[in-house]
Structures are given as C-alpha cells and as structure tokens.
Design a protein around this ligand. Structure first.
Ligand SMILES: Nc1nc2c(ncn2[C@@H]2O[C@H](COP(=O)(O)OP(=O)(O)OP(=O)(O)O)[C@@H](O)[C@H]2O)c(=O)[nH]1
Ligand SMILES: [Mg+2]
Length: 205
C-alpha cells in the first residue's frame, strides 16, 4: 500500500490500530483527531458504528511533515475488534504498513488480548506478511483504571502474554485521558516510515 509519489513529492503509508473489541482503538483516533492541529490532521471518517462499537472501520489522514524533502502522509485505520468481524478486519488490513496493537488492561480481557494478537498474526500471514517483520508497537491501554477497584493485569503480565516473543516497543496508555497516545503514534509512524523508505530503496537497487 505504501508508495512514494515523486510527482507530488510525498510518501503515503497505512497504519492499522488492531486489538480486541472495546480495547480503545477508536478512542485513540478520536484523541488524535481532537487534539492535533488541522494542518496535521484531516477529517476523521467513521464508517458504520453501533453505540461505541466499530462495525466497519475508522479512518484518519495525517500529514506529518517532511523527510528527505518528501511530505509524509499517513492514514490511520481501526478495525472492528469483535471476533465475528474477521472478514472486515482482513479487508482493512490489506496493504498495511504498520500496526498498533491496542490491548486491554482489564484482567477479564486477558484471553481476548491473546486471541486477538493470534488473529492479527494469522491475518497478516494471509497478506503474505510476517508479524515479526511488520512495524509493530503494543499499547497497554486503560492503565488509568489502576486507581479503581477493577482488577487489572500488571504490565509484567501483559509483557509476558503479548511481547515475550515479539519484543517490540510498548506503551502504557490511557486513551480516554490522552496518556501514551502520541508516544504510541510517534513510534509507529517512525518505524513505518523507516520501513517504507527501506522497502523503496530495496526496490530501486
Ligand atoms: N477507563 C478507560 N476507558 C477507555 C480507555 N480507552 C477506551 N475506553 C473506553 O472503552 C470503551 C471502548 O472504547 P473504543 O475506543 O470504542 O474501543 P474499540 O477498540 O474501538 O472497540 P471496537 O470498535 O468494538 O473494536 C469506550 O467506552 C471507551 O470510552 C482508557 O484508556 N481507559
Ligand atoms: Mg472501534
């Protein structure tokens, strides 16, 4: 999906927010949309939503400045996390250049996080992509609930469940409070743009 348009002097790349239902993917995009300037952030499009459940996808275009004299344009997407929408997830994942896996810190969601990560691996594989090669960061979301009575997973447990094998950058976050959202986005954008440039250089050689 990523490409460099030398006419327009721009790089385009696609980042997908993936993870279990109600983990906070849409909330991440809403926060970015609400708090970034209009110069950086285009219009957020939400296709088919019921309550706060994404049934198709959310889309948010960003312009992140310049590198090597090329404008960086990034498209953020979210998938629907509910298990039954796998066909839609596969569709949204098509042409992906980078992934943010938004996991849910609620202890009752432990298995759902693991299953969703496995589902990501399978769907990437179907796209001919290896989860170990794709630019990927993990977000441990809803850490604000640590101060409530709701049982939460520890960061160490989430690390063990989700990142033991992958060893990718991780971010503790509270998407509703805006904590960790930029840090997550900054890192995945950096890794994704780096990946796109490497890919294009490889093709030119
Ligand atoms: N306490 C807390 N609640 C959160 C946080 N992030 C999201 N939520 C809430 O969790 C619910 C689900 O958030 P969404 O962003 O819609 O989740 P999603 O991952 O897009 O869910 P699907 O579209 O079903 O896949 C909403 O009520 C959010 O307000 C967080 O960091 N802390
Ligand atoms: Mg959603």
């Amino acid at each position: 999906m990523a490409f460099i348009d030398l006419g327009k002097k721009e790089i385009q790349a696609k980042i997908v927010y993936y993870g279990p239902g109600r983990g906070g993917k849409t909330t991440n995009l809403l926060l970015v949309h609400e708090s970034m300037s209009k110069q950086v952030c285009g219009k957020m499009v939400t296709i088919d939503t019921k309550g706060d459940r994404t049934l198709f996808f959310d889309f948010l275009p960003l312009s992140l400045g310049k590198i090597l004299n090329l404008s960086i344009r990034i498209q953020l997407y979210t998938v629907p996390g509910q298990v039954m929408y796998n066909t839609t997830r596969k569709l949204v994942l098509r042409g992906v250049d980078g992934v943010v896996f938004v996991s849910d810190s609620l202890r009752i969601q432990r298995q759902k996080n693991i299953e969703s990560l496995r589902n990501l691996e399978e769907n990437l594989q179907d796209e001919g992509l290896d989860i170990h090669q794709v630019p990927l960061v993990l977000q441990y979301n809803k850490r604000d609930l640590a101060s409530s009575n709701v049982p939460l997973l520890t960061v160490e447990e989430m690390e063990e469940d989700l990142n033991r094998d992958l060893k990718v950058p991780t971010f503790e976050a509270s998407a509703v409070k805006g904590v960790g959202v930029y840090e997550t986005l900054r890192e995945i954008s950096k890794l994704t743009v780096k990946g796109v440039i490497q890919k294009v250089r490889g093709e030119v050689r």
